[in-house]
Ligand binder design. Structure first.
Ligand code: SF4
Length: 354
């Protein structure tokens, strides 16, 4: 089981290298949730290469591009953000697609991702590529000619007026791009802030999202984190709270989005570097891992953290089905893993234990 975690760490490191070598080192970015009038295309999923090709093919055509779900971190990559028609982010996480894509006056490109089957009301506006496919949806093959989706965007014409949309908590913009290089460029400031007591705790609130009502736990948790703590996040669970303004500590934003689920690699780099700076182990840092799981990728990341010996992870909103009582016992005894309880109790026990 831990071998899977070790191999996943290597895969995430390779993907991090591939993304940064191709698109540059992610930089912090403020991303609007507004949609401008006129033709546009929404791109959902994880695949930055498809986004790049679509941006190139839509250049100068009067079509704006908006990210959705796990594509949000694309706004942080220098190569991608240089395209002026990459405008903002539309919508939230994958499980809200049916609600968010209904009545959209624009086509949607689905790249590899967690996806909801399209409803009839918008199925004629869905375009797929790579491994994604739905009956009746136009599939863009490996030649990557996006002409059908471009024609659809021009035909639908988009909104007549600029539209203001908000995140789940009413915010009109979100931030992303706090990859490991961006965070660690402030390593000295962070270390000093910890030493002076300005920063007392770090929470990594990260993982997948889903439709279960219990996932409101993560919104409440982040809202209740103390003002002298930093919240690191990644993957699509962040849409539960990434439009909140948590303020700053010494010029550093309290909420930092490291990117997609595979950017868990970056969070590990940050933790290891801080542990080195303080001359302690990651488990001795004032850092708590609050993970939300949904599918196999989140489980892989959990196994990677266990492979690295990370202890006392809080897991929710419910425990994965593969955790039989025997496996759970091993994880509790050896790694102190525990299900989430309430935000109040979990924050208290996290801050008291460090
Ligand atoms: S973060 Fe998890 S739930 Fe969200 S799209 Fe990626 S794999 Fe799916």
């Amino acid at each position: 089981m831990l071998k899977v975690g070790e191999i996943n760490l290597r895969c995430m490191a390779l993907l991090d290298k591939a993304n940064t070598e191709t698109y540059g080192t992610p930089e912090p970015a403020v991303v609007t949730l507004a949609v401008e009038k006129g033709p546009f295309i929404v791109v959902t999923g994880h695949d930055l290469k498809d986004l790049q090709l679509l941006l190139e093919q839509t250049e100068g055509k009067g079509i704006n591009i908006y990210t959705h779900g796990e594509m949000l971190p694309a706004h942080a990559y220098p190569f991608l953000k240089k395209f002026p028609h990459l405008k903002g982010n539309f919508g939230t996480a994958w499980q809200n697609q049916q609600k968010e894509f209904d009545h959209l006056p624009a086509p949607i490109l689905y790249t590899t991702n967690c996806l909801m089957p399209p409803k009839k009301s918008y199925a004629d506006r869905v375009f797929t590529t790579e491994m994604v496919s739905f009956p009746g949806a136009v599939h863009i093959d490996e030649k990557k000619d996006f002409t059908p989706i471009i024609e659809k965007a021009l035909e639908l014409g988009g909104y007549k007026e600029d539209q203001i949309f908000t995140g789940i908590n009413g915010g009109t913009q979100v931030t992303t791009g706090f990859g490991h290089a961006a965070i660690l460029s402030h390593a000295d400031t962070i270390v000093e802030a910890v030493k002076s007591g300005a920063i007392r705790h770090f929470f990594l609130v990260a993982g997948c999202d889903g439709a279960k009502p219990g996932r409101n736990y993560y919104t409440e948790f982040v809202k209740q984190t103390p003002s002298d703590s930093i919240v690191l996040t990644l993957a699509c669970g962040k849409f539960r709270f990434n439009d909140l303004d948590l303020g700053e500590i010494g010029g550093l934003p309290r909420l930092m989005d490291l990117g997609q689920c595979n950017d868990a690699y970056g969070a590990i780099q940050v933790a290891v570097t801080l542990a080195d700076a303080f001359g302690c182990s990651v488990n001795e840092l004032p850092l708590s891992f609050i993970l939300s799981w949904y599918e196999q990728k989140a489980v892989c990341i959990l196994l990677t953290l266990l492979h690295l010996g990370i202890k006392n992870i809080r897991l929710g909103p419910s425990l994965p089905a593969f955790l039989s009582p025997n496996i759970l016992n091993v994880l509790v005894e050896n790694y102190g893993i525990a299900p989430v309880t309430t935000p109040e109790k979990d924050i208290q026990s996290a801050t008291l234990s460090h």
